[in-house]
Design a binder for this molecule. Sequence first.
Ligand code: ZN
Ligand code: ZN
Length: 242
Amino acid sequence: MAALSRTLAPSAVPAILRSLATPVLDFLLPQRCPGCGVPASPERLLCERCLARIPRLATPLCARCLVRGGDGSPCSRHDGYAVHAPWQLDERSREIVHALKYGERPSLARALGGELAGALPTAWRRPDLVLAVPLHAARRRERGYNQAEALSVALAGALRSPHATGLLVRVRATSAQAQLGGEARRRNLAGAFAAPDGAVLKGRRVLLVDDVLTTGATLESALGVVRAAGARAAGVALAWAP
Ligand SMILES: [Zn+2]
Ligand SMILES: [Zn+2]
């Protein structure tokens, strides 16, 4: 272990250990549905019955004002800020979101590609690029994992569309947002994202993926940067937390 630590950057070691451990963890995890306790596949986490009971969102939301409705654009005031999400957050979908965020479950993220794709209107099923809402580089190194990125890779796979990293970056580490209201979150996120290679985004149709939409502030800020680079963009989230 000492030799390994010397030859690798310290931050790389946990990521490597984690990648070795993941298949083992998946195997050892209790294979029972946390929603109802019946046996369930570790890739899906929940059983079919509990998955089917998660409330569906059915119409997109506006990341800026949270108006819901319509097929393509939910809000006439904020064109280009539509977010498509398959689920509402409830006690069942919360189990999945939590496992994705803290449990590092790449197989679980992979199984959700079709679910995310199913929330998209036909017009968005052939995007030019799929991107994730990024973590700040320091935070990404520390965690070794970004659940939004895992979901975006799964969505790109389901759509057979290109996935890219590095086209949208978080240039400012933002303080934890869980306790902040909508306005405070928006202030917290001002200038947090940048598109260092904006020319690649220009004229492209870009899907931008996050795990949960709460106030809309994160996707609003990130979509704004992608749009300012000249892309047509839409957001995708796994769940909306009303
Ligand atoms: Zn169940
Ligand atoms: Zn709006």
